[in-house]
Write a new protein. Structure first.
Lengths: 560, 150
């Protein structure tokens, strides 16, 4: 029994290992598959976003550069087709500006500034005529460069704007034609690019990193950006970064002769929302398949291991049975040898005692004072020789291969006889023998007389075990064409150590002289010989049950 | 009536001698033999009514000795003495014409009873033969001479 527990523990350990290995093997590809799929998918999506951003950036860069160039060119044309004197007159400037405005709404105002930096004429929404610009950045720049597009600044009007200024040298004296460009135009360009895109942002920074244009928030204009300014490059660059908690992808490009940096940002959170869906789906698939793997693995291994354990247990039981019947056969051989060897001395002892007894009838011995003692002693010797003879006879009964007499046997009627035979003895000890027979029991081919011996033996033991007040149940059932007989008593039961030995010859729990310890071993031998099995189940304090299974026919087995 | 001739064949000396003494005390005419061969030798010179024959002996065993004895003295009755492991041989002996078998260690009185029965059977057998011979002689007195030829 402890062996069985050990076996069980061994299988439990093995099962745990097995399950762990299966999980390991099953989950690794699952995780790899899910992981790589997710990684590649997200990489693809990011790539797509990146390309899109790049395209937009390229587009916007071209548009804005073109826009600025166009305005600068238009202004240059105006400056070179008109003289300072002509444009310096307000009506003329007004006419030209109106004409220009009809074709191009980007121009907000226009002014003519002489070489000293004084604005001699101005057309526009502000009153800037006569303003002195000689100290402004742009004035100094345009005097050097001929054409100048400024950064965004507040200027006299205190509104963010930028200007385009063109210098013309007329008769050796320079003058400047200047116009203000509506930053909303550029803003508009940027906005249209981002149309329909969630979480996207676009802005233009000056070389120093101040906001020139911002689609998101006009208040940001002219404030300092946290954007780390890159060095000058050609074309479009894209980069991934973080802004606070936001994961971003942005495309950047230098505009306006590398003066302005255009940044188009995409918050990945919005663009990756399909990714989140994919992630969720993948995750739920993962969880469901994990559950399926876990449940099926556990169930399957449980079943497989239960089966394995059962087979193993049956195997060990079988080998136990084999060992037992081998042992019984060996003991039987030994017993018959011993019996024969003891028989002869017993015969001699018996004859000698008889001879002494004969001699004691002689007259002279009769007169001896110890005569009665001598008589008693010879009688005792004879008595004990008889007892020895009896033991040997039973021992031989166990060892002898009694021939099996086959016949169609109705087990129920054999048990009926057993019942009748022992009922009186049982009633005397207040024990009820109950018959719980299966009515349509198949009759089987076996040896009824030898079975009777087995039944009587077991029931007798049961009566002895109960001693007083109890129940013995004789149960029969059909099984696989054969018969299962259970003989259950409500006796004190047996501990495991006793159960292991009860089929051994000479093992008895009865007092000395009461039992030979051969009853159950003989019964065991008979049942095995008839192709059946005799097993016992017992629990201390509850009782003992003997099970006898018999095949439909025992002939093939015994013949083989 | 009890005064019949007995041959005891057993290789166990103590048993055989004691057994013979006890039978002799009961006024039987008893002879002993320690082996089957010796018994057959004795049979050449003497006539016995009943033989007690141990089944298990070295040399010729009980069954073989029985067969030889029956050839020599068909009318002589034989009781087999057997141990537990040789019951089958004893049964073979019965088939070969032994009177009965008895298990060792035998109860003396039981054995004596069996011997008496055997002797009586033999006597009855002989009587029948005698009677038939007498009847034959009555029919054909001339045959009386044939008797002596035997």
């Amino acid at each position: 029994m402890t062996q069985e527990k050990e076996l069980h523990r061994y299988y439990a350990r093995l099962r745990t290992k097995f399950i762990a290995i299966i999980f390991f093997i099953a989950f690794i590809p699952l995780i790899l598959l899910g992981g790589t799929t997710y990684y590649h998918y997200s990489a693809t999506v990011k790539e797509k976003i990146r390309k899109e951003l790049k395209l937009i950036a390229k587009n916007r860069k071209d548009t804005i550069d073109l826009f600025l160039n166009d305005r600068a060119n238009s202004l240059s044309v105006l400056a070179y087709t008109h003289t300072f004197d002509y444009l310096g007159k307000k009506e003329n400037l007004h006419n030209v500006f109106q004409l220009l405005k009809m074709v191009d709404s980007a121009f907000q105002d226009m002014g003519v500034i002489n070489s000293n930096g004084k604005q001699v004429a101005y057309i526009g929404p502000y009153h800037l005529t006569g303003k002195q610009y000689s100290q402004t950045e742009w004035f100094k720049a345009v005097m050097k460069k001929n054409v100048y597009i400024s950064d965004v600044f507040l200027g006299f009007r205190k509104v963010p704007h930028f200007i385009i200024a063109v210098k013309r040298i007329e008769n050796g004296k320079p003058w400047i034609l200047r116009t203000t460009i509506d930053i909303n135009m550029i803003n508009h360009f940027m906005c249209t690019a981002l149309l329909g895109k969630h979480g996207a942002d676009a802005y233009i920074l000056s070389r120093e990193g101040t906001y020139q244009i911002s689609t998101a928030d006009n208040d940001l204009i002219l404030t300092k950006s946290e954007f780390k300014m890159p060095s000058v490059f050609r074309g479009i660059k894209e980069m991934e970064g973080c802004h606070g908690e936001k994961a971003l992808i942005c495309a950047i490009a230098w505009l306006k002769n590398n003066d302005w940096l255009m940044v188009i940002e995409q918050d990945l959170k919005y663009e990756l929302s399909p990714m989140v869906r994919v992630k969720n789906t993948a995750l739920s698939i993962f969880i469901i398949s994990s559950l399926i793997i876990i449940i099926s693995t556990i169930l399957i291994t449980k079943r497989v291991f239960a089966r394995l354990e059962k087979v193993d247990r049956e195997k060990s039981q079988l080998s136990e049975q084999l060992v037992r019947s081998d042992r019984l056969a060996a003991i039987g051989k030994l017993a018959s040898g011993i019996a024969h060897e003891i028989n002869n001395p017993l015969a001699v002892i018996s004859e000698k005692a008889g001879w002494i007894g004969d001699l004691l009838t002689e007259e002279d011995v009769k007169n001896s004072p110890n005569y009665s003692e001598l008589i008693k002693s010879t009688e005792d010797i004879k008595k004990h020789v008889k007892r020895g003879k009896k033991v040997i006879s039973r021992l031989m009964g166990f060892a002898r291969k009694e021939e099996v007499v086959y016949g169609n046997v109705d087990i129920n009627s054999v048990l009926d006889e057993t019942h009748d035979f022992l009922n009186k003895k049982a009633i005397y000890q207040n024990i009820a023998i109950m018959k719980e027979f299966h009515e349509d029991l198949p009759s089987i081919v076996t040896d009824g007389a030898q079975l009777q011996q087995v039944f009587i033996n077991i029931v007798n033991n049961a009566i002895d075990a109960i001693n007083k007040d109890g129940v013995i149940r004789l149960i029969t059932k059909g099984r696989d064409g054969g018969v299962l007989i259970a003989i259950a008593d409500t006796g004190p039961g047996m501990p495991e150590e006793v159960q292991e030995k009860i089929f051994n010859p000479f093992f008895t729990t009865k007092p000395v002289g009461k039992g030979t310890g051969l009853g159950l071993s003989t019964s065991y031998g008979i049942v095995e010989k008839l192709g059946g099995h005799l097993t016992v189940e017992s629990e201390v304090g509850k009782g003992t049950t003997f099970y006898i299974t018999l095949p439909p026919s025992c002939e093939q087995k015994t013949k083989g | 009536m009890k005064d019949f001739r007995v041959l005891v064949v057993d290789d166990e000396d103590d048993f055989r001698e004691t057994f013979i003494k006890r039978l002799q005390k009961r006024e039987l005419n008893v002879t002993g033999a320690e082996s089957g061969e010796k018994a057959l030798e004795i049979l050449d010179d003497f006539i016995f009514d009943v033989v007690i024959l141990d089944v298990k002996m070295p040399g010729l065993d009980g069954v073989e000795t029985l067969q030889e004895m029956k050839k020599k003295r068909p009318l002589m009755e034989v009781i087999m003495l057997t141990g537990h492991s040789t019951v089958e041989s004893a049964i073979d002996g019965l088939k070969l014409g032994a009177f009965d078998y008895i298990m060792k260690p035998a109860d003396f009185d039981e054995l004596l009873e069996k011997m008496t029965q055997a002797y009586e059977k033999k006597k009855a057998h002989e009587m029948k033969i005698q009677e038939s011979k007498v009847r034959a002689l009555q029919g054909h007195p001339g045959r009386v001479f044939e008797q002596f030829k035997e």
